[in-house]
Design a protein around this ligand. Structure first.
Ligand code: ISE
Length: 337
């Protein structure tokens, strides 16, 4: 049984805690850390034997902790990964690996210096069966070469700290990782366009929605609508245009309702629920891999986290310059092949 130390029991961290305790097999949480002690203690109260450890570094070093789950705020991921690498413990790190390419590089360098792959990145969509089907179809070549993809990432509401930076490093980063994985290519150019902003956004540092345009090394163009406060629902869309047809990510199946001259299907506002199966599958894959002393090859690695961070760096630059910015990726080291 893998004994997990989990850092951060905010909304997503609590979902992951409950998932490890109640949904997946082969792992259990033995310690939790969070800056909000009272809340953390409330979350763990129903579970006997789970300790609260105030200091995350102490939690990582705790001899009872075999593996670490990092779901604390984005700015802490780099330091906690590096400490867990020092302890040679397996790591599940929620996206992003770091909010900057330099920070992500420091983690990759530490992992390579330690000589053993330890990190699984929390890019959950790689474990979503609909994305898997879409990827397999594109890879089969039945529709010809992919040329364009249109993606939309809509959140019903945004966290108070959300601004133009987090819209990229916290939200667009999902599109960046999944589209690069889906078409098996990396991005070379990034541009960000700010349309007229919604009246629902009060934060002067946030443009909402915004359009991120990415070009892959083979010349495919991916447009991503990032709308973090759309108010009406959580919604993720993806349509790939290939030479001989298009392939579209199916929406989650919901009851089709007819009433009062209307025909509709409901939508959710809960992103965790929308992607629950993929989160469960990625955690099961992580626990299984840790228990067999390895990393799951289908999951995103620290290198993938670094590639995403290099791309988000380019997007942040593009937000400021209004220009098309290069994405300066170097070759994948053999360590990550
Ligand atoms: C959040 O951190 C997530 O990972 C969600 O999937 C995403 O929809 C949201 O925009 C992020 O803030």
């Amino acid at each position: 049984m893998l004994k997990v130390g989990l850092i951060g029991v905010g909304s997503m961290g609590t979902q992951h805690f409950l998932r490890i305790m109640n949904v997946i097999s082969g792992a259990t949480v033995v310690a939790v850390s969070d800056i909000n002690e009272a809340h953390a203690k409330e979350v763990i109260a129903p579970y006997e034997g789970v300790r609260y450890i105030a200091d995350p570094i102490e939690l990582i070093r705790d001899p009872e902790v075999d593996a670490v789950v990092i779901v604390s705020i984005d700015s802490t991921h780099e330091a906690y990964c590096i400490e867990a690498i020092k302890q040679q413990k397996y790591i599940f790190c929620e996206k992003p690996l770091s909010s900057s390419a330099a920070g992500a590089k420091a983690v990759v360098d530490a992992e390579m210096a330690g000589g053993k792959r330890l990190i699984q990145m929390g890019f959950n969509r790689r474990f979503d069966t609909r994305y898997e089907e879409l990827k397999a179809l594109v890879a089969s070549g039945d529709l010809g070469e992919p040329m364009v993809a249109h993606c939309a990432h809509r959140n019903a509401t945004y966290a108070p700290q959300y601004d133009d930076v987090t819209a990229v490093t916290g939200t667009a980063v999902h599109e960046i990782d999944i589209m690069s994985w889906l078409v098996g290519d990396y991005f070379t150019k990034a541009q960000v366009i700010f349309p007229k902003s919604s009246r629902h956004v009060q934060n002067p540092n946030l443009h909402d929605p915004q359009i991120v345009l990415l070009t892959t090394s083979s010349g495919m163009v991916v447009s991503c609508e990032i709308w973090v406060n759309c108010q009406f629902a959580y919604d993720v869309r993806c349509e790939v245009l290939c030479e001989d047809g298009t392939a579209t990510l199916p929406r989650p199946a919901r009851v089709d309702v007819c009433t009062k001259q209307l025909n509709y299907t409901g939508m959710t506002t809960d992103g965790g629920g929308y992607f629950a199966d993929s989160y469960n599958r990625e955690f099961q894959a992580w626990a299984d891999a840790c228990n067999s002393g390895t990393v799951n090859e289908a999951a995103a690695s620290a290198w993938d986290g670094y590639c995403a961070a290099v791309t988000t760096d380019a997007c942040l630059k593009a937000q400021k310059s209004g220009a098309i910015e290069p994405v300066a990726l170097t070759e994948r080291p053999a360590f990550y092949k």
